[in-house]
Design a protein around this ligand. Structure first.
Ligand SMILES: *Cc1c(COP(=O)(O)O)cnc(C)c1O
Length: 382
């Protein structure tokens, strides 16, 4: 651990050596048949992995660009959309829609809770919505939405495109695009896939592709137009804009690791077990999760400080112990910290992280808990 810091913020997540090594390779021409084959394997493999019978897009850019891409290709000026917001990232859709000239109705939950599916259904019945968006895991609150249940309900609204922001979920919380009736799903490489930041992955089902077609020859956006990318996604030999060659390789390696551990279901099981054990340990240490247990994410925990712990001091001491975590957002700034536990981490990571948190709490005056979190964690991981 000397000179190293564990990146336990909710993205980027730790990047294992096998993946890092791909970033260090000599670059290849994007038309090199070896790279074309690798890129094709990534695009097709991702489509299979998430069970999407439409198209998969792999584009340089972050999760936020994917949010914009989803809205750009499914709405036009004057359309009405419904945004189901469980926090900061749900709200980001409102801003994106405003700039697009799309009318956005928002249903917000109290932070830490989810909007009931019945309430979404009621609102959808009131107007004709072009799109409805839900964040699978909102990183600001640590809340996980029941996207499969919502997808079932959406069968009653065949004219509405169902967009799921999977940026803090995909590759951890199990997802199935066709099976869950999702029209557009997206994520970024730096979260549960455990790759460096820089690529977005977006899955568009048949209904979403038909919606883009219905918007006409061109849309106002250029770089994120599905139609610009489709020839490349069908055959990566076709150039539209330079692919991030090394990131594509890094993503390919990450997909191999996912296959090696048995696929997305196995990954969900592994991260769920780890998350429940981590969460038991946090409770033992007096750190209270913001999200209710029934809708708590497995990818991160949003933990409210016990009385008397200063946020800035806690995070800087913890960083000195070798572990980086993130602060709370909006009303929870200074009151909470956010810790990621997704991607390519294992039980040893959990022990190191909990040990560092215990030492930090001890230093800040919360005495008598050394080893308590680690013990709770290990007994659940046994
Ligand atoms: C991180 C995150 C985003 C934004 O992704 P960037 O890669 O930072 O642009 C969007 N939605 C959710 C749920 C996130 O966790």
């Amino acid at each position: 651990m000397f000179n190293e810091k564990l990146v336990m913020i909710p993205g980027p997540t730790p990047v294992v050596k096998e993946i890092r090594d791909e970033m260090a390779r000599e670059v290849q021409a994007f038309g090199d048949p070896r790279f074309v084959a690798d890129f094709k394997a990534v695009i097709d493999g991702l489509g299979k992995m998430l069970n999407c019978s439409g198209k998969t897009f792999v584009v340089a850019g972050t999760g936020t660009l994917a949010m914009e891409m989803a809205i750009a290709n499914s709405t036009k000026r004057g359309d009405r959309v419904l945004i189901v917001s469980h926090g900061f990232f749900g709200d980001r859709f409102v801003d994106i829609c405003k700039r697009k000239g799309v009318e956005a109705d928002v249903i917000r939950s109290e932070w830490g809770r989810i909007v009931p599916v019945s309430q979404i259904e009621e609102q959808l019945s009131r107007h004709r919505y072009a799109v409805m968006t839900v964040t699978h895991v909102d990183t600001s609150t640590g809340v996980c939405a029941p996207i499969a249940e919502i997808g079932e309900m959406m069968r009653k609204f065949p004219d509405t495109i169902y967009i799921v922001d999977g940026v803090c979920a995909t590759g951890a919380e199990f997802e199935d695009v066709d099976g869950m009736n999702v029209d557009i799903l997206f994520t970024g490489t730096q979260k549960a896939f455990g790759v460096c930041p820089g690529l977005l992955m977006l899955w568009a089902g048949k209904k979403a592709l038909a919606r883009r077609d219905a918007l006409g020859e061109t849309i106002p956006e250029y770089y994120c137009d599905f139609h610009k990318w489709l020839p490349t996604m069908d055959d990566p030999f076709n150039y539209f804009a330079t692919p991030a060659v090394n990131l594509v390789w890094a993503l390919k390696k990450s997909m191999e690791l996912i296959e090696r551990e048995g696929g997305l279901k196995a990954r969900d099981v592994r991260m769920r077990k780890n998350a429940l054990a981590m969460q038991a340990a946090f409770e033992e240490l007096g750190l209270k999760a913001l999200a209710e247990p029934c809708s708590r994410a497995i990818t991160l925990s949003n933990l409210i400080y016990p009385e008397g712990i200063d946020d800035a001091r806690f995070r800087s001491e913890l960083s000195g112990e070798g572990v980086m975590v993130a602060g709370g957002l909006a009303a929870y700034a200074g009151k909470m910290f956010r810790i990621g536990h997704m991607g390519n981490i294992d039980v040893n990571t959990g022990v190191v992280v909990l040990g560092a948190i215990e030492r930090t709490l001890e230093k800040l005056g919360q005495k008598g808990k050394l080893g308590a979190g680690v013990a709770a964690y290990l007994s659940k991981m046994a």
